[in-house]
Design a protein around this ligand. Structure first.
Ligand code: UDX
Length: 431
């Protein structure tokens, strides 16, 4: 394998994982960020992102002299053969991706990229961005390649090192092959294509996943009404290899840093070429409906009126294994509950800071104390092993709404609590 000199611009979640993993494959990697404090912390080995294995990989890379951190993109690219852009592309006005960070770095690097460098867009960007970056760079000798990332928070390192596939797209096949070669050691299926196709793959995949989840949440609602059990239905569906078992669990709605942003961006991409992507629009709307459905269930659990009700909230992160609150369905549900006048006391093992509309407490028992009802919104393992007898004694009411099908029904029943959930005919009786 060729060892390459690589620059990674942006040390957020994707950039840091990419940099540390590329270093672990043997490449020499310089990571850059505009945030001086972040760079100083990384130089001291401090990783602020909660991601299994990442701190260790950063330490390993630094110890081996293969991973460095510098301030500013220009400092990182001086010696680079390949430059990865791992910059934020947040949801901008109207739902389209905001490309200002990518564009400003491209302008900044125009004059300083070494001859023949390959620039790789790893950020999720709309179709046509590679062409736009190439224009901004304005360098005949520099090729632009799209290499979308498919990392999940909480398993990013594993996803990087054991990918289902690697997608590399460029209008310069030689540049695409150079980028694909960086990952050769992973032995993963590699799909080479043109730049526009590669840019669309990420959106197409994430919208499909969101659609799958909205679909399953809708099936859960149907199950409640027709007297079926959603876990049996999804199990039965999932054995069909064309469907698969994963991403079939109902919940309080999907969230996080990617699916909400990418579904909105896809609608805008389609609009920009005169297409109304109704399927994706409905997927987004069904997700809002799911959050409202959870609120309806909490309201039912406290006798029909949320105003003045005390609700214990278990979990705030958008899924377990992360401290990320971006577009967390838990926060969306909490906001709706607070709007109706409920008093919220919330606990999440990884979120300890104050948040508007609720009191964030230090442990789960404090969250359930005096609660008229408890709602579990994030599937943290520690919620399964709570002492539910103790929780029941602290609670004022007796209903726990488990939106993730996460808790041990028998343990709750033994504690005298009624477990309400999603996608089941009726809640298990208490007592
Ligand atoms: C996602 C994609 O999976 C990843 O490929 C892409 O690169 C980034 O976006 P991530 O946002 O980390 O990753 O979260 P993911 O694990 O995919 O979960 C997304 C949301 O769906 C979460 O809110 C999660 O709780 C929810 N979910 C997931 C369900 O409700 N049920 C499921 O069965 C799976």
């Amino acid at each position: 394998m060729f060892v390459r000199r690589i620059a990674v611009v942006g040390t957020g979640y994707v950039g840091l994982t990419t940099g540390a993993c590329l270093a672990s494959l043997g490449h020499r990697v310089v990571c850059a960020d505009v945030d001086a404090l972040k760079v100083a912390r990384l130089r001291a080995g401090q990783v602020d992102i909660l991601e299994p294995g990442l701190t260790e990989l950063v330490a390993e890379g630094r110890a081996a002299g293969r991973l460095e951190f510098v301030e500013g993109a220009r400092a990182a690219v001086a010696d680079a053969e390949v430059v990865f852009l791992c910059l934020p592309t947040p949801m901008g006005a109207g739902g389209a991706a905001d490309l200002s960070a990518v564009e400003s770095v491209a302008r900044d690097l125009r004059a300083v990229l070494p001859y023949g460098t390959v620039v790789v867009c790893k950020s999720t960007v709309p179709v046509g961005t590679s062409t736009r970056v190439a224009e901004l760079l304005g360098r005949e000798d520099v090729a632009v390649v799209s290499n979308p990332e498919f990392l999940r928070e909480g398993s990013a390192v594993r996803d990087f090192l054991h990918p289902d596939r690697i997608v590399v797209g460029s209008d310069s096949p030689t540049a695409a092959e150079r980028v694909a070669a960086l990952f050769a050691k992973l032995g993963a299926p590699t799909v080479l294509m043109d730049a526009a196709s590669a840019e669309l793959v990420k959106y197409a995949a994430n919208c499909f996943l969101a659609m799958k989840l909205s679909y399953v949440n809708a099936i859960a609602e149907l199950c409640e009404l027709v007297g079926a059990d959603v876990s049996a239905v999804t199990d039965g569906m999932g054995h069909d290899r064309r469907i698969g078992q994963s991403f079939l669990k109902p919940g309080p709605g999907w969230g996080g840093s990617c699916l909400p942003k990418d579904t909105h961006a896809m609608v805008r991409i389609a609009e920009s070429v005169g297409v109304d992507f109704g399927l994706v629009r409905s997927t987004i709307e069904a997700n809002r409906r799911q959050q409202r459905r959870v609120v309806d269930k909490v309201r039912d659990a406290v006798g029909g009126v949320l105003a003045g009700a005390r609700i214990g909230v278990l979990g705030l992160a958008f899924k377990a294994g992360t401290n990320d609150l971006r577009d967390s369905p838990a926060l969306a549900v909490a906001e709706l509950l607070a709007l109706e006048g409920a008093t919220l006391t919330a606990y999440d093992p990884e979120v300890r800071r104050p948040l508007p509309g609720m009191t964030v407490v230090e442990d789960a028992y404090l969250a359930v104390r005096d609660a008229d009802a408890v709602v579990l919104l994030t599937e943290w393992p520690e919620f399964r092993t709570l002492d539910w007898g103790r929780a029941a004694a602290l609670m004022s009411g007796s209903v726990v709404l488990d939106t993730r099908d996460h808790l041990d029904v028998d343990a709750l029943r033994r504690a005298g609590l009624a477990r309400h959930g999603l996608g089941r005919r009726q809640p298990a009786a208490a007592g």
